[in-house]
Design a binder for this molecule. Structure first.
Ligand SMILES: C[S@@+](CC[C@H](N)C(=O)[O-])C[C@H]1O[C@@H](n2cnc3c(N)ncnc32)[C@H](O)[C@@H]1O
Length: 395
């Protein structure tokens, strides 16, 4: 496994302080770390008797629930605030500050220590572990929105996907909420949830942008990269931060394109990266014929084959000759067993929380989609030091 790697790596012209690319180990070290991880995961499993294996699977969601509770109820923020002032904090103080039941809050925090999100000095003084710290609202790469997003409607959709959906073949989300993910999220009353989803996408992308930019470079340093379904513009924004001559476009549904505008302004990139509202299910605006690269992350996996082909054809119809499509997803069958297991679960997440037809695919399946859309060039796989990989294909 680990095919298509780029053993030398790429160094972009600028590495901003917020970039994670400097923190990624070189490929040989990454490979060894992954192999060790695979080995210890397998060893830990093999040393548990079958009855314990079953019980640990049946209770695995308890850890998510503890994580969710400590996030939702503001406990990570409260402990983090005390830590920033240089002190640990007792669970009684946290409970009183947040008006929580003292006994329950203290027991929940002890469970948080058990799952290594909180730590204790001495008898009662809690602080955050590095992982717990990342769930603080004001952490620069905060994963709070990710924890909330995955444990609210998505969790309800998961319950349905394993039961009703297996009989109906309809997504868990639709079974639970009566309509598919995107139409539910576009309703006025659910704008807060759409924004939570967009923030989660941005948070997810921090590491993915880092791992992409050490193994893939835009066609030229001054290319125009168009991020199709680019959400808040975090991916093309990261590219523009690493390539100071690069221009970009974020294309997404109008309401999300608006929030991309604000985010790009905040990133100081609004001169070079513009947001355009529209739908990739329809003809794309002529302005996109300037694009040298059409970037897509977590777009094709949201849709059934027929819709994917339509999206690729819509890009193809507007693209100039020599442009490329660059598509990042959880590509199956290119990693070791532990990483593949995570991607298989992500595939169930697609069945649960995304429109019916959403799925993870192998590299060969992605290649077939590009061929079905009329592209004749051989797609290339760029393996990342990450759970995701990227397919690049010339138009
Ligand atoms: C799973 S998110 C991925 C966001 C972003 N590419 C990322 O990876 O962080 C899918 C994106 O597709 C956008 N989207 C959904 N339907 C769309 C459509 N018909 N036209 C354009 N964008 C759409 C959503 O608003 C959302 O931003």
């Amino acid at each position: 496994y680990l095919v298509g790697t780029s053993p030398t790596g790429i160094t972009p012209p600028v590495v901003p302080p917020s970039s994670l690319i400097g923190q990624l180990p070189p490929w040989p070290i990454f490979r060894v770390a992954i192999a060790l991880n695979e080995f210890f995961e397998a060893a830990a499993w093999a040393t548990r008797p079958p009855s314990v294996q079953v019980k640990s699977l049946a209770t695995a969601y308890w850890q998510s629930e503890v994580t969710y509770s400590l996030t939702k109820m503001g406990i990570f923020d409260a402990v983090g605030k005390a830590g920033a002032e240089g002190v640990g904090v007792s669970c009684k103080e946290v409970a009183s500050g947040l008006s929580l039941d003292e006994d329950f809050a203290c027991r929940m925090m002890l469970a948080g220590e058990g799952i290594k999100l909180l730590t204790r000095q001495g008898e009662g003084s809690f602080s955050l572990t590095p992982a717990g710290d990342m769930i603080r609202s004001d952490h620069p790469a905060s994963l709070r929105s990710v924890v909330l997003m995955l444990n609210e409607e998505t969790r309800d959709a998961w319950r349905k996907v394993g039961t009703a959906s297996l009989e109906s073949g309809v997504s868990g989300f639709k079974e639970e909420f009566g309509e598919e993910f995107w139409s539910w999220h576009s309703k006025k009353g659910n704008r807060g949830k759409m924004s939570q989803f967009d923030n989660a996408m941005r948070a997810f992308s921090h590491e993915i942008a880092g791992s992409l930019l050490v193994d893939w470079a835009p066609p030229t340093p001054s290319s125009t990269v168009c991020d199709i379904g680019g959400s808040k513009g975090h991916m093309v924004g990261a590219m523009a931060q690493h390539y100071p001559e690069l221009n970009g476009v974020v294309f997404d549904v109008p309401i999300v394109a608006k929030s991309a505008e604000a985010n790009l302004e905040e990133m100081g990139l609004s001169q070079r990266v513009k947001a355009i509202g529209g739908s990739f299910l329809e003809s794309l605006p002529a302005k996109l014929s300037d694009c040298d690269a059409f970037y897509m992350k977590f777009i094709l996996h949201d849709w059934d084959d027929e819709t994917c082909v339509k999206i690729i054809k819509n890009i193809n119809a507007v693209a100039k000759e020599g442009a490329v499509i660059v598509s990042t997803d959880f590509i199956l069958n290119v990693d070791g067993p532990a990483m593949e297991m995570n991607k298989r679960l992500m595939d169930i997440n697609m069945m649960a929380a995304n429109p019916t037809g959403a799925r993870e695919r192998t590299f060969q399946e992605y290649s077939a989609l590009f061929k079905a859309a009329g592209l004749t060039a051989e797609p290339q796989l760029v393996k990342q030091r990450d759970l995701v990989s990227t397919v690049v294909v010339e138009i």
